[in-house]
Design a protein around this ligand. Structure first.
Ligand code: BGC
Length: 775
């Protein structure tokens, strides 16, 4: 008996002693803020200075003495970038850093399906965990202001509501794995050409209504753990240490408790970096891409210079402690989180996720009926291609054989595999052939012609994948070959568009013009003359001029869709998958349909010293469809504008089946500021194939004290329907959907009066309306 008491007592004493020995900052039963305070109180000045700036290209130190590991970041946002050497941009040559490339974020946005964004974030988080990365540099949510923007492919389109709904689940999915999102590039980094010199001049209204909502949702709804300051300036101050952007809006107004990380080389001044909200400095003295000073970490703005300033009494440790607190919070959320799951790389589930997202994001832009193609109902559309009736397929175009996961800047990847479009199409054909019964008269052959030579490089920043695309034939020879082969084909699939080379969809520059590059237009014109059964598959993250559009019956937007690109594209072309993507931006017919260009505000005006270029966003809130809608209603400078309709409107996307939207009803006809209002609309799949339609709800403020867009997207839902199936889609909004940013009072305001809800399947296909009143 005594022995039992003695053992219990010693066990109790041992446990108590152990508890006493566990410092508060390591005690998981204690609230995180208490653990932060405790850790902070134990840190020396040197340790504090160390954690707020980089020690290598992509890492910053933890606190070794206290057991905090180093913090590893990595790009982002489409897969986990391969490792570079400690202090150089050169590849480290690892053998375990080949990843799955997920579709570019424009494609993710085009799914209009938040559950795809969640899947994306979770899958990416698992890959990051395996690679030992605690911060993924992404997602990007800068608004698609001009189709010349070199990094639009990394972002989520032109609409703040769509981008907000898609970014939140991405971040939640990623962070559910214990990996921090670093939302970028905060803010107004809408073009690339002069990204280090642009000073954006913008109204408060446009800033808050268009350019900030996705960041705000990332911070307030998804609770992002870090954010990246943008290179450019706002109010003459760089965004990486911008008092209004960081201290006022982000930290004070939105209550952001995470870490502000500078874009690589975006920090320029110790004093501003200390005082204006930057927490962690990365990439200083580099261009963020290929160049940089060697081992310059001590001369970072938040390193020795800051320490010296503190020692000399120029700064107290108030700001430093605030920064370190945020870093410690990030450590506890990531590197010090002992409950995070294990990661895995290149798993079947990640490939499946990449494929699914790609298939849902591909947009069928056009699919006209062709007289000579008949089915039981008469003339039939060219897509999906019916292999039963097809003997010869010709694929033309460089993008059918070019890897798109390499190139484009910091989002470039080293993939375990990338299925090219030509390979995906070939696989479909051979699957069909091998399923034919012996002796069948059916057969399908797939041939290829290059058509044009664009960019033959298949490597980027030391990652070489794929074979060389070097071809010495002349333009005429290439066109002739394609034309001769096209004459004999039942269907021609042209795979073209942009690529990830400089001045295309690529970081560091914008596109020089809106045309398709290389000889593509000539090739397409020549092909369609000899064979009108032409499908154009466009690979890009941007719109482009399509001067031959009238003559080409089928157009598919294929984005940059990562590892499973070829399979995803082929599955749509041959009808294994019914396309359901919708454009996340307006596809202008020409540049002057875009507000920024129509008003000649891009790229801005250089100051006399040629150091800063001022870019005034004169179009204000009228970005994308908000601008083209306004043109239709108001014209330009009072004059009616001819051809104001874009090639393809925001939200546009077709299907192989047909849908009918019935009459929309509302649960009330008037609401107060505290109310919600629900609109319900029946959607029926009236065709013969299962498919998905996205119901889009736009709100129109019929009379306001400021000029408001004709309509604005405020809710949407994608529904999957079997043939003949009907579903009631209900969409609820509250006063936020009715509000504009009132500049006089610096707050959102919903003005009482008449509103209209418009439901449709694209911004230019509104099928039902409901009036209501805000009291
Ligand atoms: C880019 C960032 C990127 C960083 C690190 C910069 O050039 O603007 O988006 O995360 O480099 O690679």
């Amino acid at each position: 008996m005594n022995r039992i008491v003695v053992s219990c007592l010693s066990l109790l004493m041992a446990t108590t002693m152990q508890a006493q020995q566990t410092p508060v900052y390591l005690d998981e039963s204690k609230p995180i803020e208490q653990r932060i305070d405790d850790a902070l109180s134990r840190m020396t000045l040197d340790e504090k200075i160390a954690v707020i700036h980089a020690q290598s290209k992509f890492s910053s130190p933890g606190v070794k003495r206290l057991g905090f590991p180093d913090l590893w970041t990595d790009d982002g946002p489409h897969g986990v970038r391969p490792d570079v050497l400690w202090d150089e941009w050169v590849q480290a040559g690892q053998t375990n850093d080949s990843c799955v490339a997920f579709p570019a974020l424009t494609c993710l946005a085009a799914t209009w399906n938040p559950s795809m964004a969640r899947l994306y974030g979770e899958s990416l988080g698992e890959e990051a965990l395996y690679r030992g990365k605690s911060v993924m540099l992404g997602p990007g949510v800068n608004i698609y202001r001009t189709p010349l923007g070199g990094r639009n492919f990394e972002y989520m389109g032109e609409d703040p509501w769509l981008a907000s709904r898609m970014v939140v689940p991405y971040i939640k999915g990623l962070q559910s794995k214990g990996v921090a999102a670093c939302v970028k590039h905060y803010a107004l980094n809408n073009d690339e050409e002069y990204r280090h010199q642009v000073n954006v001049i913008i109204s408060d209204r446009a800033l808050h209504e268009i350019y900030l909502p996705a960041f705000k949702a990332a911070v307030q709804e998804a609770e992002a753990w870090s954010i990246m300051g943008a290179y450019n300036l706002y109010q003459n101050q760089h965004n990486c240490h911008n008092n209004t952007m960081l201290n006022k809006i982000l930290k004070q107004d939105w209550g952001f408790d995470g870490v502000v990380i500078s874009d690589w080389g975006g920090c320029h001044d110790t004093d501003e970096a200390v005082k204006n909200g930057l927490d962690l400095e990365f990439g200083t003295w580099t261009d963020g891409l290929t160049m940089g000073k060697t081992n310059a970490y001590d001369s970072y703005f938040l390193a020795e210079a800051y320490k010296q300033g503190i020692k000399e009494g120029k700064y107290t440790t108030k700001e430093l402690d605030e920064k370190v607190r945020r870093l410690l919070r990030l450590f506890f959320r990531t590197t010090m989180n002992r409950h995070k799951p294990f990661g895995f790389l290149c798993s079947d589930s990640h490939y499946e996720a990449a494929l699914k997202i790609a298939q849902e994001g591909i947009v069928l832009l056009k699919n006209e009926k062709i007289k000579e193609l008949k089915n039981e109902k008469g003339a039939a559309p060219l897509l999906p291609i019916n292999l039963e009736k097809t003997k010869r397929i010709l694929v033309v175009g460089e993008n059918a054989i070019k890897m798109m996961t390499v190139g484009g800047g910091s989002s470039s990847l080293k993939v375990q595999r990338e299925i090219l479009p030509l390979d995906g199409i070939n696989v479909q054909c051979s699957k069909f052939r091998s399923a034919l019964p012996l002796g069948s008269s059916k057969n399908v052959q797939c041939d290829y012609a290059r058509g044009y030579v664009g960019d033959t490089v298949q490597s980027y920043n030391g990652v070489t994948v794929g074979r060389s695309l070097y071809d010495t034939r002349s333009k005429e020879e290439l066109i002739n070959e394609a034309v001769e082969k096209a004459k004999k084909a039942d269907v021609v699939i042209f795979v073209g568009g942009l690529n990830k080379s400089d001045y295309q969809d690529c970081e560091g520059h914008d596109r020089k013009d809106y045309a398709l590059p290389y000889a593509q237009n000539e090739v397409i014109e020549a092909l369609v003359k000899v064979n009108p059964r032409l499908v154009y598959v466009n690979i890009s993250g941007n719109g482009a001029e399509l001067p031959w559009l009238e003559k080409v019956p089928a157009v598919v937007q294929g984005w940059f869709i990562g590892s499973e690109a070829g399979e995803a594209i082929a599955s749509v072309l041959f009808g294994d998958v019914n396309p359901s993507g919708k454009l996340p931006f307006t596809w202008y017919a020409s540049l002057n349909q875009c507000g920024a260009h129509a008003l000649n505000t891009y790229p801005g005006t250089w100051r006399e010293d040629h150091k800063i270029i001022d870019e005034e966003y004169k179009e204000g809130v009228f970005v994308g469809y908000r601008w083209t809608d306004r043109l239709k209603v108001k014209g330009e400078k009072g004059k009616k504008v001819k051809n104001a309709a874009p090639l393809f409107a925001f939200g546009h996307g077709l299907s192989y089946t047909t849908f009918k939207l019935g009459k929309m009803t509302a649960d009330k006809t008037s609401m107060t500021e505290g109310d919600e209002i629900t609109f319900t609309i029946p959607v029926t799949n009236t065709g013969s194939m299962a498919g998905a339609e996205t119901v889009q709800l736009y709100i129109s403020d019929l009379k306001a004290s400021v000029e408001r867009p004709v309509k604005e997207l405020k809710a949407f839902q994608k529904v999957f329907l079997q043939p003949g199936e009907t579903r009631q889609v209900s969409l609820t909004i509250d006063k936020r959907a009715l509000s504009f940013y009132d500049e006089a009072n610096s707050q959102w305001k919903a003005e009482p009066g008449d509103f209209e809800a418009l439901a449709g399947t694209a911004s230019d296909k509104i099928v039902s309306r409901c009036s209501f009143v805000l009291k």
